[in-house]
Design a protein. Structure first.
Lengths: 108, 114
């Protein structure tokens, strides 16, 4: 099993739709988790952090399921500007593992 | 937050040559990181560069191939040595403790090796 696994997508959704991505991780000792957003040909930027059960910021909700070892990112009322690749990041001790990312394309 | 610049932003190089990438941060930081992002792939950590000590390399990366300098708390360089087409990638530097904090990334250096 990969340390961090994401569905690469692409997820093609219409404007206004709700979309959710999952990210599974293999090591149960991981305590903190992050979602980064990477626009095409740009550097990654932090979207949300998840330290306990979940986190909500406007249209974005991140949740952690420790029993099943996954985190999710829910985007409500999708905007065209949400089109990007969403990277799941799982630190563990001295090591940080990036997921391969899930590509989202919001369609007019 | 941190503002990071990288030079060059892109380059096309011949096989067998070397390229040095510069990373400048607008504030003093202890930890700096160098990542590689190959086409269609996620980020892979190359090494951690802390000022005043030797860089720590991840499995699969060696100092002879990717020598790093960290002369002060705001600057670092990564050299890609004896390049081959397989080194074609985006190289990014970053700061911030990735275990607990937000990481800030530079804009990246897009390298193509012919």
């Amino acid at each position: 099993r990969k340390e961090v696994e994401q569905d690469p997508g692409p997820f093609n959704v219409p404007e206004g739709a709700t979309v959710a991505f999952n990210c599974t991780y293999s090591n149960s000792a991981s305590q903190s988790f992050f979602w980064y957003r990477q626009d095409c040909r740009k550097e990654p930027k932090l979207l949300m952090s998840v330290y306990s059960s979940g986190n909500e910021d406007g249209r974005f909700t991140a949740q952690l399921n420790r029993a099943s070892q996954y985190i999710s990112l829910l985007i409500r009322d999708s905007k065209l500007s949400d089109s990007a690749t969403y990277l799941c990041v799982v630190p563990l001790y001295q090591k940080v593992t990036f997921g391969t990312g899930t590509k989202l394309q919001v369609i007019p | 937050s941190a503002v990071i610049s990288q030079k060059p932003s892109r380059d096309i190089c011949q096989r067998g040559t070397s390229l040095t990438i510069q990373c400048q941060v607008d504030s003093q930081v202890t930890m700096m990181f160098w990542y590689r992002q190959q086409p269609g792939q996620s980020l892979t950590l190359i090494a951690t560069a802390n000022q005043g000590s030797e860089a720590t390399y991840e499995s699969g990366f060696v100092i002879d191939k990717f020598p790093i300098s960290r002369p002060n708390l705001t600057f670092s360089t990564l050299t890609v040595s004896n390049m081959s087409p397989e080194d074609s990638s985006i190289y990014l530097c970053s700061v911030g403790d990735p275990r607990v904090d937000e990481q800030f990334f530079g804009p990246g250096t897009r390298l193509t090796v012919l």
